[in-house]
Write a protein that binds this ligand. Sequence first.
Ligand code: SF4
Length: 423
Amino acid sequence: MPSEKSPEGFKKNTSGKRLSSIIMNDYLTLHKKASEGAFVVWIAIIVPAEIFSGFDNVVYAVPESHAALCAGKGVGPLLCEKAEQLGYSTDLCSYARIDLGTAFGGAESSPTFGLPKPDLIISNNNNCSLLVKWFDVYHRAWGVPHVLLDIPFCYENQSRADFEYIMAQFGGLIRTIEDLSGQKFDINKARESVKLSSRALKEWKRFLSFATHRPSGITAFDSFVQMAPILTSRGTEKLAEHYRLLADETEEQVKNGIFPVPGERYRLLWDNIAPWHQLRKMSSRLASLDANITSASYTYCIGALEGEYEPYEFDGKDPLQWLARLQNFSVCPHGLNLRGRAMKEVIGRNAIDGVVFASNRSCKVYSLMQMDQMRHMKEELGIPCIMIDVDHADVRKYSEETTFTRLEALIEMIDKKRSGAPA
Ligand code: SF4
């Protein structure tokens, strides 16, 4: 496809280079510290990693984040196949298959040479129960203790009872790590880490705010790429500083008239996990149509309370309370109303012309209610919407031509709406 108007995004600028070095350094440090005897924890994305900063020598790895990196680097199908050869179904989430393929099929294909073996595994059922089963495979195979944080789904804002239930589990988790690692938890250290996370998330939202500009100062694809260190560097000065600079650099680009899609005529919103294997291709091809996916529910939910957009700031008091309150930040545990509330706010705030609901073969919890949500958005806002089929990490379940036929249909619907013709 023509790529004259291909967005450079943040790939070649300072933020892109700094991002690569942070990620590379995070994985190198993880392997090094593990080899030197650090206590290694594997966690689900939602597990609050700032807790580990309260210990002297506990390091963590996020298998989902590693799987996304593998998919982005093009080795997703290879690692999925390794898991499938071991008997894991192709219906399983592709993150799980990539991770199981790496753990049992050999880590040499992974860009980070896999993850160091864990001393403890912590899952969290807030996003999905599949992850609990996936992590339990390692518990059975390697005999590693597995702690499950049981975080209730939320159809409204978090209840007091749920908050207290989560707080009690954090207490239990801390005692478990103390017992297993022989290290003492220091809440003051965890508080410092939470302060830095809160600062980083504020800067993250400042970065996303450039999607309000016309043309947009960012693409959602930039935000997909740039979210990685939230998972590998949580609660660090490095993370807070990276997002401050990222927001500053984006502001500077906007001031200088540098935009990822300069001829932007169609501003779209993406609903679901990033299509990691298509970032460059999809953004370039959309740009050639003067279309920009400027916003995504997957990245605007980060750092916010249920159904909200603005970051939930830390008040400097109890770090565990802040972490417990934010346990519902991601979209998966939300019911229709909460999802719709945040989506409507972003559609208005960022002047969105159309919504792309990406039905994800792997992530059923994200996708199940999209058909209803699409109907709501069409009826309530009169906004054109389409549904496409993707798998976030397994390119074998994705068809570029079918997807673009629908994306082009969305653009036609937007044009029709603008011309006042009946839809
Ligand atoms: S099914 Fe969805 S929520 Fe569950 S592990 Fe996979 S991507 Fe995450």
